[in-house]
Design a protein around this ligand. Structure first.
Ligand SMILES: *Cc1c(COP(=O)(O)O)cnc(C)c1O
Length: 210
């Protein structure tokens, strides 16, 4: 439930001596239908939503006045749909950066992006390898139609919150080293630990829809 998640965010912020206003909740609405999103999220006064698949997201665009976040992998041939996103959390290659920049230039639009980092170094993971992060970061500095606004990561599937902490600490250290702003980390199973480690954006799906 949204209200319960908001309470837990508040409590985690209190423990960490942080202002809850500094933690943005992205309610992840993937796999949920419009009626349910309306009832459980929007009617409760929350308008910040995250989706991970372009096609599914586009079927929900009839929802109005939403701040949309793309949290899943983005294929270059789908960039043309992405103007409505407030933030794209999944930049993971120079080729995707180029494509976004090119389309942004054409449309006179600046894409706000986070680099997704594979902090756990798993071979099958989407994000960029830690040792390639600085290269991608530097590369993006020259792209006028991208605004690099922080980093995103996911803890490995199945890790408990305390195990996840190490990956969140790692992302924070990388963010600090690069002098970036946002840290998008923490999901239903581990958002409290992520807040304790400095998350400025959390992406919570199942817990807000329960
Ligand atoms: C699905 C998803 C979430 C939310 O996961 P929950 O465990 O349901 O909170 C967060 N981030 C990404 C990238 C996701 O794909």
């Amino acid at each position: 439930m949204l209200s319960e998640v908001k309470q837990r965010i508040k409590a985690a912020c209190q423990r960490a001596d942080r202002d809850p206003d500094d933690v943005k909740l992205v309610a992840v609405s993937k796999n949920h239908k419009i009626d349910e999103i309306q009832e459980k999220i929007i009617d409760q006064g929350h308008i910040i939503l995250g989706e991970n698949r372009i096609q599914e997201w586009r079927s929900k665009l009839e929802l109005e006045n939403i701040e949309w976040h793309l949290i899943g992998n983005l294929q270059r041939n789908k960039v043309k749909y992405c103007l409505p996103f407030h933030t794209i959390h999944s930049l993971n290659s120079q080729r995707l950066a180029d494509e976004l920049n090119k389309f942004g230039k054409k449309k006179n639009h600046i894409f706000r992006v986070l680099i997704e980092v594979n902090t756990s170094n798993e071979p099958a993971k989407q994000g960029i390898a830690v040792n390639k992060l600085e290269g991608l970061h530097d590369y993006c500095q020259d792209l006028d139609n991208l605004k690099l606004d922080g980093l995103m990561t996911m803890a490995p599937y199945g890790t408990n919150p305390e195990e996840a902490r190490a990956y969140f600490v790692k992302l924070r250290e990388l963010r600090d080293r690069l002098g970036l702003g946002n840290l998008s980390m923490g999901m239903s199973g581990d958002f409290e630990v992520a807040i304790e480690e400095g998350a400025t954006i959390i992406r919570v799906g199942s817990a807000v829809f329960r």
